[in-house]
Design a protein around this ligand. Structure first.
Ligand code: 4NP
Length: 152
């Protein structure tokens, strides 16, 4: 399985999702390919946000080696599942993918917890450290749900 997480900047939310999901699948001995990307290119080549790194480390996950990149249409072909953090990211992924767009592969991450609700993982970029912990816990819950379904 190849799984991609997408947010706007690929420095706050999707790098956390990548790190959390990788750590959980590795713990289960699953050799899955996990990655993340942003729909915007503002931070390409940068490490995850300082507070995303700090929060991940607090929960025992090291995301310091991850690097920001932008989503490309080819990602839609390469990955089996693509999870976006909010509806704007979803619309952008669709726009960037053009004729490669495949709705069967793509969903909002939180629809794994609350099917069809189209809830967003809030963007912690404009806020303080507690927001990153909230986002971590929310993403972790969604990842647990996805993995639970995979195991069944
Ligand atoms: P992310 O958060 O989409 O969770 O990575 C953001 C990061 C950077 C910006 C916006 C959101 N930005 O405007 O630079």
């Amino acid at each position: 399985m190849k799984v991609l997480f997408v947010c706007l900047g690929n420095i706050c939310r999707s790098p956390l999702a990548e790190g959390i999901f990788r750590s959980k699948t590795q713990a289960l001995g699953l050799d899955w390919e996990i990655d993340s990307a942003g729909t915007a290119g503002y931070h390409v080549g940068e490490s995850p946000h300082r507070l995303s790194q700090k929060t991940a480390k607090f929960y025992g996950i090291d995301i310091s080696a991850q690097k920001c990149r932008q989503f490309i249409a080819e990602d839609m072909e390469f990955f089996d599942r693509i999870y976006t953090m909010d509806q704007d990211n979803f619309a952008e992924v669709k726009r960037i993918s053009r004729e490669k767009w495949n709705p069967a592969k793509t969903d909002l991450l939180l629809n794994s917890l609350y099917p069809g609700k189209n809830n967003s993982v809030p963007d912690p970029w404009y806020g303080e450290e507690p927001g990153y912990h909230e986002v971590f816990k929310l993403i972790e819950k969604a990842c647990d749900k996805i993995i639970e379904e995979v195991k069944r």
